[in-house]
Structure formats: structure tokens, C-alpha cells
Design a protein around this ligand. Structure first.
Ligand code: GDP
Ligand code: ZN
Length: 308
């Protein structure tokens, strides 16, 4: 017997209230008490989750159940009472990593870190390189040319000159996309170019959340007119490498994943052991030097770097 009225998707969270979009309209909901009985410290629900609700009034309701979540972008928030696991976005279809080709210079270590987060949380990544009006495009492409072969498509854009906007938009339609990138790369400008007002709306939410120390967390999925949603990922630095063991990391580099079984020692650290297939592949150029450096930094860099 059905114990709910409607199924919908959480599109906004603020101060304990969830906005659920359903085929019959939008309902502001609280969570049924029994769902809250959990042992771990963390969010029970996040934007992007699909839920069953019962109606209370024409525009309010109660969340009764959560539908299975295929994946989630999560972050650890250290609190005096222990780490709290925040769900930044549930059921993302892709992580969109935005950089500028110049002003500010792209930080490839940070890009590789995003990609590792995506691999770990089982979210495909798309790379956007903005501000291509500032540089020679062939030169820019040279810098990012290894990524498509690794499974990460790259879209070259200029929000200013209107380059690549349609291509990017086509990749967003009917998907839930999480945007991440350092500030100043043109994220808001790009979102505004894709859909007027979108960048402004996304910024308002991010600013509301990041202002001051005692913040009101607001998370929102913004609908695209053609279908699909975009969300901003704040605080990427603390995103999701917190529970990563150093030995897992090679599994999050697609070009290393299959090589490691060929290393002579099965506890190979891929630095200076004899018979290391990773080092051999770097020497022959099969694995890029840059990516190998990113791997080493993530694995052996100071602990802070691993934990974010
Ligand atoms: P955000 O911090 O990532 O949201 O970046 P903004 O959208 O606020 O843009 C930061 C600065 O870069 C602004 O001065 C924009 O005008 C500029 N900008 C954004 N996109 C482009 C672009 O494609 N080309 C150039 N040359 N400048 C851009
Ligand atoms: Zn090795």
C-alpha cells in the first residue's frame, strides 16, 4: 500500500526546509521524524535527491522516503562534535570543472584534484576552459590535449566573445551538473551566457552561503529552460578526499588504473621500486609527466593536501 502522494526532486534546501518539485507543483517540505534516526553525523538528504512526499496543504508536505541515490558529491565539515558529512549535491550526472586559459592562469594540479574527486565519487567530469579570447587557441588546446583521451571532454569557451557557448549548453541539457572552479575564471559570466540571469542567481546563493562564519546554508538546483539543472559547488578544497587512503589514489587516475597490476611488487609506491610499470610509462611518455606529478602530490604531498 502506498504511503505517500507524490514523487519529486529536491531543488532547494534552507534551514531545515526542502523544496520538492513534483509533476503537480512545488512543495516546501520537512523530513518525517523517523527518517532522522541515523547513527552517523551527516545530512540525510540533499538537493538532487528524489523523494516521496505526502501533501499537507496545496504547497507544503512531508518527505516520507528517499529513493535510491546513484551517487553524491559530499564534503566533510569539521565541527566541535566531530566531522559532519554534508551532501552538496545528490545524483549529479557530471562535475564541470571550469578554468580560464589565462587571467587567472590554469592550475593543473587543482584540475587533477577535481578529476580525482569525480572519480572517487563516481561522477563523470567535463572540463571547461574559458577566456579563450585571451590566448592563441592552438596553444591553449596543447595544454589540455591529454584530457579527452583520459575520458574527460574539454570545451573551449569565451563568455566574452561568445565562443563555445552552444557546445557547453548542449552538454548541460537534461543533466544535473555541478560547477566548480576557482573564482575569477568566468563561471558567472558563462552561466549568464548560457541562460540570462543564471549566473546572477547562482552567485546570490553561493554568497548567501559563504558570508561570514555563522552561515545560513542555502543549496539550490537551478533549472535550465531546455531541461536539466545546474548547481554551484562551494568550497571544493574540502571536497571528498578526506576518507581517501593513499593506496587507493592510483585507481582514480584512469591512465594508472590498469598499469599498477603490472608493477613487480604489489605494494609498489610507484616512485623508485624496480619493475614499476608506472615509472616506465612516464619514461616512455605513455603517462604524462604532469599527471604523474599530480598523482605524487596527492599521494605524498603534505597531509593537509590529502585532506584538503
Ligand atoms: P567567476 O568568479 O568565476 O564567477 O567569474 P566572473 O564571471 O565574475 O568573471 C571574472 C572576470 O573575468 C570578469 O571581469 C569578467 O568580465 C571576466 N571574464 C569572464 N569571462 C571572460 C571571457 O571569456 N574572456 C575574458 N577576456 N574575460 C572574461
Ligand atoms: Zn609501481
Amino acid at each position: 500500500m502506498k504511503s505517500f502522494d507524490l514523487t519529486g526532486r529536491i531543488t532547494r534546501y534552507q534551514s531545515g526546509f526542502f523544496v520538492v518539485s513534483t509533476p503537480e507543483g512545488v512543495f516546501t517540505c520537512v523530513i518525517r521524524g523517523r527518517l532522522k534516526r541515523r547513527t552517523f553525523q551527516g545530512d540525510i538528504l540533499g538537493i538532487g535527491d528524489d523523494v516521496n512526499i505526502t501533501r499537507l496543504t496545496a504547497d507544503t508536505g512531508v518527505i516520507e522516503d528517499i529513493l535510491p541515490r546513484k551517487n553524491a558529491l559530499v564534503r566533510m565539515d569539521p565541527t566541535p562534535r566531530g566531522d559532519y558529512q554534508q551532501i552538496l549535491l545528490a545524483n549529479p550526472d557530471q562535475l564541470v570543472a571550469i578554468f580560464a586559459c589565462a587571467n587567472p592562469e590554469p592550475h593543473l594540479r587543482m584540475l587533477d584534484r577535481f578529476l580525482v574527486v569525480g572519480e572517487k565519487q563516481r561522477v563523470p567530469s567535463l572540463i571547461v576552459v574559458n577566456k579563450v579570447d585571451l590566448e592563441n587557441l592552438e596553444k591553449v588546446k596543447e595544454k589540455f590535449k591529454i584530457y579527452p583521451d583520459l575520458g574527460y571532454p574539454v570545451v573551449y569557451t569565451s563568455a566574452k566573445a561568445g565562443i563555445g557557448i552552444e557546445e557547453l549548453k548542449a552538454r548541460l541539457v537534461n543533466k544535473i551538473s555541478a560547477f566548480a572552479g576557482p573564482s575569477g575564471v568566468g563561471k558567472s559570466s558563462l552561466l549568464n551566457a548560457i541562460q540570462p540571469g543564471l549566473g546572477v542567481a547562482v552567485n546570490e546563493i553561493s554568497e548567501a552561503t559563504n558570508k561570514g562564519k555563522h552561515t545560513t546554508v542555502v543549496r539550490e538546483l537551478f533549472p535550465l529552460n531546455e531541461g536539466g539543472f545546474v548547481a554551484d559547488l562551494p568550497g571544493i578544497r574540502r571536497l571528498a578526499l578526506w576518507d581517501t587512503e593513499p593506496e587507493e589514489l592510483d585507481g582514480y587516475f584512469p591512465e594508472l588504473r590498469d598499469l599498477v597490476s603490472e608493477c613487480q611488487f604489489n605494494d609498489c609506491t610507484h616512485r623508485n621500486e624496480p619493475g614499476c610499470a608506472v615509472v616506465a610509462a612516464v619514461d616512455t611518455g605513455k603517462v604524462s609527466q604532469e599527471r604523474y606529478v599530480s598523482y605524487l602530490k596527492l599521494r605524498y604531498g603534505d597531509e593537509a593536501e590529502l585532506e584538503g
